[in-house]
Design a protein around this ligand. Structure first.
Ligand code: GLY
Ligand code: MN
Length: 356
């Protein structure tokens, strides 16, 4: 699978080159790890990428990354250049060779030091600020990206079902969380999408609690929030289960959250706002009497990062568009008692959404 979809990574270079042209610039310079991954198909912790308006892409690396960059370049077509002295000196050579006079940069992720270094070094170049547009570009997924995220989600889901055989009274949260991470790796995850959240009993009232030495007990809820990564793309899913018999109040909370999740997924489609999507889930929880226990937003975009645009929340400014992938994760949490969250990842379509 990786070979088939991997060959399509060059599409992203063309999309970024189009953005450069739309902004009437000559090139874009990228430093952010996820933005670089979008072009070079892996995540270097350090490096520089320049994409020109003619869709030439240069990946400037140091020797730690030369070989892996060259391997990935075979599917993306980027030119890999190893630095001799510094990233900025090598970048300058490319700026001069390509006669770049107007250069886009990502204002959300560039560091002040990088900004100062590069504007001083490229003094003949006009720097043009790019706000949110690259993130918006990244957020509308190509079919091959959706396939990669589906694969990440399949790995996570399969691993969850495998882990369930091990979830028994007496096991600690930490023990199960680390076993979960191992099972995901065994099933093909490159790394976890984020630190696995695995909480039991009273700890489930903390939406993003940290796994502890608490042991699973009969009558507990156990909450699993987890994700795998595949070719750099993330997945995100939450499930809550009960150990043995639970109270009617707990069952009611579980049902309320599940219906909020299902109602939101029924409502999500292209051209509705993130705010409206959120309000659908919130109304369902209100109707069940749990609205006041739902403190966070309904969901967030996912892709090369675990949290990206678009958000779905009471303050979201986004309109959902075909191809966007976001989570649908209503929850209810009663401090000191218990909590429930049910989370799926969906791709927005013109007439609804598809649950990955
Ligand atoms: N599943 C982790 C998060 O949404 O932040
Ligand atoms: Mn999430």
């Amino acid at each position: 699978m990786s070979k088939k979809v991997g060959n399509k990574m060059y599409i992203n270079i063309e999309k970024v080159a189009k953005l450069v042209n739309d902004k009437k610039c000559d090139a874009i310079i990228l430093f952010n790890e996820s933005n670089m991954h979008y072009i070079c198909s892996f995540s270097p912790s350090e490096g520089v990428i320049i994409v020109t308006k003619g869709a030439s892409a240069y990946h400037i690396v140091d020797s730690r990354y030369t070989e892996i960059a060259q391997i990935n370049a075979q599917k993306t077509g980027v030119k890999v250049i190893e630095i001799k002295t510094s990233f900025s000196d090598t970048a300058k050579e490319i700026i001069e060779k390509e006669n770049i006079k107007k250069l886009l940069y990502e204002n959300e992720t560039i560091s002040l030091l990088q900004y100062k270094t590069y504007t001083q070094k490229f003094s003949g170049c006009e720097f043009v600020e790019l706000n949110h547009e690259l993130m918006l570009l990244r957020n509308k997924k190509e079919p091959f990206e959706i396939e990669l995220m589906k694969e990440a989600n399949n790995i996570a889901e399969k691993s969850f079902l495998e882990l369930l055989n091990e979830v028994k009274a007496g096991k600690t949260e930490k023990e199960l969380a680390s076993l979960f991470d191992y099972i995901m790796a065994k099933n093909g995850s490159e790394k976890v999408s984020f630190d696995t959240i695995l909480l039991t009993g009273t700890h489930t009232s903390m939406p993003h609690g940290t796994p502890s030495d608490r042991k699973v007990q009969a009558g507990d809820f156990v909450l699993f929030d987890f994700g795998a990564t595949y070719m750099g793309y993330h997945s995100d899913m939450t499930r809550t289960i009960a150990i043995g018999k639970v109270t009617d109040d707990m069952k009611k909370m579980y049902d309320a959250v599940l219906f909020a999740n299902l109602d939101a997924m029924k409502a999500i489609r292209a051209d509705i706002s993130g705010k409206v999507a959120d309000s659908v889930a919130r109304s369902t929880l209100d109707a069940w009497g749990f609205g006041k226990y739902f403190g966070h937003g309904l969901g967030h975009g996912v892709g090369l990062e675990i949290h990206e645009a678009p958000s779905a929340s009471p303050s979201s400014q986004y309109t959902l568009k075909e191809g966007m992938i976001l989570t649908v994760e209503p929850g209810a949490y009663i401090s000191g008692k218990y909590g429930v969250r049910t989370e799926d990842m969906v791709v927005v379509t013109n007439d609804g959404c598809r649950n990955l």
